[in-house]
Design a protein around this ligand. Structure first.
Ligand code: AVI
Length: 323
């Protein structure tokens, strides 16, 4: 089973790479950043001084956990706290600890496609917060939610934190949010993290850190194509170029070809040519205004119930219910 899954996964990866490198302009999907090495690099990014997002969200949880709890538990005996892409759950633990300390009746349901991420999170929480009811699900978000809806009628609070929403290209976030809405009931809530527009210099350094971890995070994608798809990318022939557009809020990363070159990918039986200075788009990390957030909620069938901001107003966790 695992082998079949891995095969399908590799085929999908190969086809996405073929499509991206055959396009004009070229692109690669940032979802493929996250193999074991990529997960570890992202962990290191979250600890970087320049990457303010993690600290801002942790500050929101720490300073407003009482009010957050009131909104989540409002008038219900029990609720399910469902987290999409929990990672190491570092920030979520602030809320989990607080809810457990207050003897709140709730279940924590982290959903992730990665078994190893889920099992280390579960082990960690079992050790450090043994009173917590944790029911991890290893699946894709929507399938997990559909299955859950068949057997579980508790109120659901869905967490989609860390500005993961910002990695959707353009308006692609709207179909995702609409799909999510279709799996939610009247009393359910969505708690979603958005990184706000701010001093462009602050944003740019967050994606261009001094230690070069973000650059490594991008280059890992080329290493992964070499490893999993038999590619012969030479990373010395590319450079990482992050950019921020203060008009649109788009933070985009590229790998720029430093010379005319051809790269062979065996799994695809195909070669791709790159011109000198040709960009390969690798990631978008969209930054938002509070108005954008209202727009997204409205166009996907939600209403903003409350916005929780950090002191510097860099980041917002926005609580939505069905419109
Ligand atoms: C996961 N995601 C929200 C991160 C972001 O900020 O877009 C991924 C990342 N890319 C570079 N640094 C962090």
């Amino acid at each position: 089973m695992q082998k079949v899954y891995k095969m399908e996964h590799t085929e999908r990866f190969a086809e996405d790479v073929r499509e991206g490198l055959s396009s004009e302009p070229k692109y690669l999907h940032s979802k493929y950043f996250y193999d074991e090495i990529g997960d570890d690099l992202f962990q290191q990014i979250m600890e970087l001084e320049e990457y303010y997002l993690t600290d801002c969200e942790a500050e929101i949880f720490e300073s407003q956990k009482n009010v957050i709890l009131q909104y989540f538990s409002n008038g219900v005996e029990v609720f399910d706290l469902i987290e999409f892409g929990a990672g190491d759950g570092l920030k979520t633990k602030i809320l989990l600890n607080h809810f457990v300390d207050n003897n709140i009746n709730f279940n924590y349901i982290p959903i992730d496609i990665s078994n190893s991420v889920l099992s280390s999170l579960t082990q960690d929480l079992n050790n450090n917060l043994p009173e917590l009811n944790i029911k991890p699900i290893c699946d894709d978000y929507f399938h997990a939610l559909e299955e859950l809806n068949k057997v579980d009628y508790n109120k659901k609070v869905i967490l989609f934190l860390g500005s993961n929403i910002g990695n959707f290209r353009g308006d692609d976030a709207i179909p995702f949010l609409k799909h999510l809405r279709a799996d939610m009931k009247e009393k359910d809530q969505l708690f979603i993290g958005f990184d706000l527009m701010k001093d462009p210099k602050v944003i740019l350094v967050a994606y261009n850190d001094k230690k070069g971890i973000t650059s490594e995070f991008n280059f890992n994608l080329l290493d992964r194509i070499n490893k999993d798809l038999g590619g012969n990318f030479n990373r010395k022939n590319f450079s990482h170029y992050p950019s921020y557009n203060p008009v649109t809020g788009e933070t985009k990363s590229y790998l720029i070809s430093l010379k005319n070159q051809t790269v062979r990918i065996e799994e695809l039986s195909q070669s791709f040519t790159f011109k000198k200075w040709e960009p390969v788009f690798t990631e978008i990390s969209q930054k938002y205004s509070l108005r954008d957030i209202k727009h997204f909620a409205k166009h996907s069938g939600f209403k903003v119930e409350k916005n929780f901001l950090d002191q510097k107003k860099y980041f917002v966790d926005s609580l939505w219910h069905l419109a």
